[in-house]
Design a protein around this ligand. Structure first.
Ligand SMILES: Cc1ncc(COP(=O)(O)O)c(C=O)c1O
Length: 319
């Protein structure tokens, strides 16, 4: 019934403590979360290592999941340990060596008033093998589209939480960017500075200095972002957490996206549609730059357990 071509190797998912075949769907169409995006979620990756699959920064992802649940006023009927264990089980049951893992917590079937008074909270965990998020050519660098619409502001909604409904802005704008011939969108914030991609954080590099912004710029401060800040410092690169103006972005030597799904992907071209007629720019030479390449390699080694300094961030599935 359900085609798994976009979910390679997915055979079973975990739902409220039980495993279901991928084909089974025990959810009613009147589920509250389906109508209003009243859900919170996480995106986590596991990578192959010599000790079998390892989940990258599981603790930080579970902590953020609990934080998001709190923002959505959902109390979780499962502990951090139970969720961590269930995630490992999902990888084992599907026999995955690498995986994208999706825990989703939502108001389920009960009532359809906006206040989910009669809706229980359900938890689903799925995992499958997910390759390059922005496509197989993304390693050559991507073109981004600076949107005319501004990112939701931190004064309107807690942008540090992964709230399901909030992602409709990411979906609409991601589609718009692709319709305009770009690979991905970039949001400015209400202040007119660079915020983030629909599901990615942004770094720029200028004269050897790596700059990324923080939550005061209406972004989700990603776990990949903070890992890269540490990796960059260990590589001896200078880093700074500061706002990034649009002009700084367009005039950068290099820029890249980072995130669990996208990993590290160079931004090499920009279509700026934030005001007036869209204009095209190259970032630096328009090629993937040396800092981006070094960080990409270092991240690749880190998540695969090839650098003992970062083994602290790995949770092995078969311990
Ligand atoms: C809006 C947004 N920004 C940034 C990120 C990157 O965060 P992380 O590195 O924790 O995956 C994500 C992905 O979770 C996201 O959805």
């Amino acid at each position: 019934m359900f085609d798994t071509s976009q979910f390679p190797k997915a055979k079973k998912y975990w739902y409220n403590g039980q495993f279901y075949d991928w084909d089974q769907a025990p959810i009613h169409p009147m589920t509250h979360g389906l109508h209003y995006g009243t859900s919170v979620f996480e995106g986590i990756r596991a990578y192959p290592t010599v000790k079998g699959p390892a989940i990258f920064r599981l603790k930080e992802h579970i902590d953020r999941f609990f934080y998001s649940a709190g923002v959505a006023k959902m109390s979780l009927p499962w502990s951090r340990e139970e969720i961590g264990q269930a995630i490992k089980e999902v990888i084992k049951v599907n026999n995955l060596t690498s995986a994208y893992i999706r825990p989703l917590l939502f108001y389920a079937y009960g009532n359809l008033g906006l206040v989910p008074k009669f809706c229980p909270i359900h938890l689903v965990i799925g995992a499958w093998e997910w390759g390059a998020y922005l496509g197989d050519k993304a390693h050559e660098g991507v073109t981004v589209y600076i949107l005319p619409w501004r990112r939701l502001h931190w004064s309107q909604l807690d942008m540090s939480a992964k709230l399901g409904g909030m992602y409709i802005q990411s979906t609409i704008c991601g589609l718009e960017a692709r319709m305009k011939g770009a690979d991905e969108a970039v949001f400015l914030n209400l202040e007119g500075r660079i915020a983030e991609g629909p599901g990615e954080n942004i770094f720029i590099i200028k004269d050897g200095l790596l700059i990324t912004n923080d939550r005061r710029e209406s972004i989700l401060e990603g776990i990949t972002r903070s890992s890269l800040l540490e990796i960059a410092a260990d590589l001896g690169f200078k880093t700074s957490v500061n706002p990034i103006s649009k002009e700084q972005f367009l005039g950068a030597d290099e820029a890249f996206f980072c995130g669990t799904a996208v990993e590290v992907v160079a931004i090499t071209q920009v279509i700026d549609a934030s005001e007036g007629e869209p204009k095209k720019y190259l970032i630096g030479s328009g090629q993937v730059g040396p800092y981006t390449l070094k960080l990409k390699d270092a991240y690749h080694q880190c998540v695969r357990g090839q650098n003992p300094a970062y083994e602290k961030w790995l949770t092995y599935v078969y311990d």
